[in-house]
Design a protein around this ligand. Sequence first.
Ligand SMILES: O=c1[nH]cnc2c1ncn2[C@H]1C[C@H](O)[C@@H](CO)O1
Ligand SMILES: [Zn+2]
Length: 376
Amino acid sequence: MVPTQAEVLAAPKVVLHDHLDGGLRPETVIELAAEAGHELPADSAEALRDWFVAAADSDSLERYLETFEHTVAVMQTREALSRVAAECAEDLAADGVVYAEVRYAPEQHLEGGLTLDDVVDAVETGFRLGERRAADDGRPIRVATLLTAMRHAARSSEIAELVVRYRDAGVVGFDIAGAEAGFPPTRHLDAFEYLRRENAHFTIHAGEAFGLPSIWEALQWCGADRLGHGVRIVDDIQVAESGEVTLGKLAAYVRDKRIPLELCPSSNIQTGAASSIAEHPFGLLAKLRFRITVNTDNRLMSATSMSRELSLLSEAFGYDLDDYQWFAVNALKSAFIPFDERLVLINDVVKPGYAALRAQRTLADLRPGPVSPRSA
Ligand SMILES: O=c1[nH]cnc2c1ncn2[C@H]1C[C@H](O)[C@@H](CO)O1
Ligand SMILES: [Zn+2]
């Protein structure tokens, strides 16, 4: 059975790959742009929502990334950053997300004169505010932060130091993002080596627009804990006409070592990494029991949510509540917060949440049917 919309919304969800600057409300972009004097490509919230999706729907990661010009431009003050972060926490909570790791690149928010530390302070203030508002609304959420360095730039060591400086203040890990082709992760080896010496966690966008060499470098040279996307690992998997599956050495390593894949189905379709949800490698990777997780990437650019991603996957692959629970538990096992906190979320939030949804179905099945005219 495929979950109903109400069930999808109520299901406890976990997202590990969601960009703060890719998840603004269109209304907020318009208001902040007016304050900042930034010119937008559309002037109503509806038109702007459509513009982002159409512009991001480009079959190219580079063109997809150009749309961030308009979100980053309006996130250059403390107030704007705190507001966007608070709304992000509230929107995720309203969608039934119970734990989120949200990322952004502090180096992109210095145009208004803020320091890197000011940026992180402002965002953390916003997340705490959003968490409080969500809890007051009866939808508690925990939001943790990943700080991203842009792979074409040269500030990754500074950002890695920022991660370590704020590790007890909401920041749980590091990431690199931006155009993948031509910018291998090994350009940032100093940052990764520093993070490893500091016992810090990091993920790397790899295997999205570029294939196996990028994944191999991210894991075997840089030591990434997780792969941002990693979807191109399918290039190392052969499926014969008979259905027999053969994993290459890298794919086998990723599966054997339980390397988490932060899969983002809708985003992949927009950048051309997959042609449709039904043809997305998610189905194969799930069947082969890779450590897969479901993610939004950029809710604004893809007009999506965790509920929508799960619904699309259910339509394509028939996933039910048990599968959703598996995705959520996979994500928590792979999260960068401490082990004891992950266990609490798995045992006290996610599992009871799914048990309650299953119980509702059982009760609905036990309810007597309508009274027939004959017996009335
Ligand atoms: O899917 C992505 N691949 C590579 N880079 C990305 C993706 N989504 C967002 N970004 C970039 C654009 C943002 O400005 C930056 C930090 O969130 O990360
Ligand atoms: Zn991303």
